[in-house]
Design a binder for this molecule. Structure first.
Ligand SMILES: Cc1cc2nc3c(=O)[nH]c(=O)nc-3n(C[C@H](O)[C@H](O)[C@H](O)COP(=O)(O)O)c2cc1C
Length: 175
């Protein structure tokens, strides 16, 4: 399975980036990291649409068998950086694509709004967001090792397993 991890967190020192980097390493996935890109602002102009980072993201999404979308929860939503990047894409890129959602939140039961927000936007792009989803709070991280504590790592493992099941099912239907 060709897996693409999209880090929707804009902070280079952010927990979302840490989770995305961890996942890309463990699952040997392609990693598109918005915190490392000077991504243009969507303004409907052709020049922005032709930007190399936009082209790169479109190509990676089309080529992926499955995608994991990670976003921090900022003010009860996905990050503005991720929404801006997704505005450059369409059903042309996402149709039939199985997507797993991960929110990185501040604790205190945050995260669900970012997940619901991503799910709504994925529906707009005709992607298949799988029902299973994960919220990572600050206490899920091993900051020294830059990875997840074992309980959270297990949740992520179960999420990727579930994503694999849906990916294989969708590939069978599409054949
Ligand atoms: C502007 C801003 C808004 C935030 N809003 C929320 C929120 O609505 N719910 C929540 O659980 N955490 C919120 N937080 C906390 C972040 O989700 C948390 O710090 C998370 O680790 C952010 O991911 P990052 O480290 O990749 O930036 C907010 C943080 C910032 C900077």
């Amino acid at each position: 399975m060709k897996l693409l991890i999209i880090n929707g967190g804009p902070r280079k020192s952010g927990r979302t980036k840490m989770a995305a980097t961890y996942m890309a390493k463990v699952y040997k996935a392609e990693h598109f990291d918005l915190s490392e890109k000077e991504f243009p602002l969507f303004n409907g102009e052709e020049a922005a649409s032709q930007h190399h980072h936009v082209q790169e993201l479109r190509k990676l999404v089309i080529e992926a068998d499955a995608i994991v979308l990670l976003s921090p929860e900022y003010h009860n939503a996905m990050s503005g950086a991720l929404k801006n990047a997704l505005d450059f894409l369409s059903s042309e890129h996402f149709s039939h694509k199985p997507v797993a959602l991960v929110a990185v939140a501040g604790g205190g039961k945050g995260g669900i709004n970012a997940l619901n927000n991503m799910r709504t936007v994925m529906r707009g792009l005709y992607a298949h967001s799988i029902p299973k989803q994960v919220v990572l709070d600050p206490n899920c991280f091993d900051y020294e090792r830059k990875e997840l504590h074992s309980e959270s790592a297990l949740l992520i493992e179960q999420l990727v397993k579930e994503l694999t099941v849906y990916t294989e099912a969708i590939q069978n239907i599409d054949q």
